[in-house]
Design a protein around this ligand. Sequence first.
Ligand SMILES: C[S@@+](CC[C@H](N)C(=O)[O-])C[C@H]1O[C@@H](n2cnc3c(N)ncnc32)[C@H](O)[C@@H]1O
Length: 288
Amino acid sequence: MPIHEQASFGEEVRTGLDNAALPAYAPMLSAFHRACGPALQAIVADLPVEPGMRMLDMACGDGVYSVWLAERVGKTGHVVGVDIAPAYLELARKNASSSGVSERISFQTGDIGGLPFADDEFDLAWCAHSLYSLPDPLAALRELRRVVRPGGVVGILENDTLHHMLLPWPADLELAVRQAQLDALRETAHSIGKFYIGRNLCGAFKTAELRACHVRTHTIDHRAPLSADEQVYLEGYLRDLGERARRHLDQAASTAFDMLLEPGSELYMLDQPDFFASHLEIVAWARK
Ligand SMILES: C[S@@+](CC[C@H](N)C(=O)[O-])C[C@H]1O[C@@H](n2cnc3c(N)ncnc32)[C@H](O)[C@@H]1O
């Protein structure tokens, strides 16, 4: 399956990709699902799901959450995975077909800007790691609210860009890199707030008229020796960070950054025998 060379999180919609190819981050995201599978499944297990529910997995990507949700709804339930990208839907169908719950899942094309569903169609609408890359996260929340029934649930999994990953780097370099990252994000979006939506999910829900917000932050640790999937995930994370931040770093910070974060460098963080990193996953859900 073809893969786009560019397209990092937060830029895919704006850059108008043709969607016939997977975004460049796709292998990294799938490695993340495998590396953190048990923790992510525990997050899904916390959702207020009952057998027989009809659920939407919005921006389903490779379909991993569609499968995990389908495992929870029982034989009488159903999950509809929706994505704008045909390449991702093809991958999702392939992944689901070997899952054992494929008969409970269907996939279809759709744009969060106007979902192809009537009002009140779903008991629960789920959206993982996609809200902040959409041009208007609040409009997306309102659209998810529209398609769930009164009393139904909208659930969101997100990160907080500045506090996504605790890495073993010097604190002054961390601050410089995070500032550079913020400067880079400012160039790509008219509203920088959307990259920090993770810290204010309940506030966003309230604005979208969703009530009784539950929110929980999960931490996932990564410790040497890293699994192959953890390695791919963390390498991808650091590469994406570098591509964004490097242009906005001064020479000294850029050199320090490269020494610690460039594969091949003697000090490359991920190769250190005592490497430890921890990352945050924020999940919130609320009712219509
Ligand atoms: C970062 S991925 C997350 C995918 C999946 N939820 C996961 O957690 O692995 C973002 C997803 O949003 C999809 N997407 C982007 N813009 C969209 C839109 N306007 N409507 C529907 N899906 C969209 C992309 O194709 C991609 O699958």
